[in-house]
Design a protein around this ligand. Structure first.
Ligand SMILES: Nc1nc2c(c(=O)[nH]1)N[C@H]1C(S)=C(S)[C@@H](COP(=O)(O)O)O[C@H]1N2
Ligand SMILES: [Mo]
Length: 249
């Protein structure tokens, strides 16, 4: 396992969990090597065969259109996912539900999401495996905007963020969710969030490691009880404060 791989902290088999499914996210270095590999597979596809060519091109295909910046070597990002292919955002059918212990649960379509007031910030992104990206410009919706919309009940203490990517989930306390630099990001570096980075919406909490920053958001649910997120079930701290929690960072 390389330094950039995520894996269970208890030293158990990093490849498969009790259910026999892979526990380690697939990782894609978006850089010159990956770009060249994609080009090579594209050219050599008829010799490589369909299955191998799919493994190499699927994850990157979402990055290619309109975001060649992803391929600038050394831009610092490592793309993670726990299922293939990446979830696909269709503005016509996408829905975000915000509910649970609230007075007014809502299901928002993409027009309604874009109409919500937003805010901007520039922050540093840290993965627990040790890589960081400085100066990321985010635009998105603050927690308070959503809370004004749905009116959480007093019994709501935590907020669960479910990804469109099946098993990927994480949670923040309401205090953490309402930190001033936490947002549901709609844009990254001045444009829509790319498919690889979690289109159309991802959670951003710069003071916590990347695994709390759920991509491809599908629902936001106010709940009473604390529960563990995807990587927390594999040994990482629930409170993933940068520099003050376990892992390799
Ligand atoms: N749905 C989903 N969200 C996710 C992950 C994932 O595998 N699936 N990986 C997390 C981890 S460990 C990190 S470091 C960041 C990486 O963000 P990036 O893939 O945009 O580089 O996404 C986080 N959010
Ligand atoms: Mo990470």
């Amino acid at each position: 396992m390389s330094a950039r791989d995520h894996g269970p902290l208890d030293g158990s088999d990093p490849e498969t969990g009790p259910d026999g499914l892979p526990t380690r996210p697939r990782e894609f270095r978006i850089g010159r090597a990956a770009f060249l590999a994609t080009v090579a597979v594209g050219i050599g596809g008829i010799f490589v065969g369909p299955s191998l060519s799919r493994i190499f091109t699927d994850p990157l295909s979402g990055v290619l259109p309109g975001s060649l910046g992803e391929f600038i070597p050394g831009n610092g990002w490592v793309i993670y996912n726990v299922q293939n292919p990446f979830p696909r955002f269709d503005p016509a059918t996408y829905r975000l539900s915000v509910g649970g212990l609230v007075r007014r649960p809502v299901t928002l379509n993409w027009n309604q999401i874009t109409a919500l007031p937003g805010d901007q910030q520039t922050s540093t992104f840290h993965c627990v495996t040790g890589w960081t990206v400085d100066g990321v410009l985010w635009e998105g919706i603050r927690a308070q905007t959503l809370m004004d919309l749905v009116a959480p009940l007093a019994s709501a203490k935590y907020v669960t963020f479910q990804s469109m990517e099946g098993p990927y989930v994480d949670q923040l306390s309401i205090d953490q969710f309402t930190l001033p630099d936490v947002m549901i990001a709609r844009q990254m570096d001045g444009g829509p969030i790319s498919r690889a980075h979690g289109a159309p919406l991802r959670l951003i909490i710069p003071d916590m490691y990347g695994y709390k920053n759920v991509k491809w958001l599908r629902s936001i649910t106010f709940v009473a009880d604390e529960s563990q997120g995807y990587w927390e079930q594999r040994g990482y701290d629930v409170d993933a404060w940068v520099g003050r929690s376990n892992g390799y960072g």
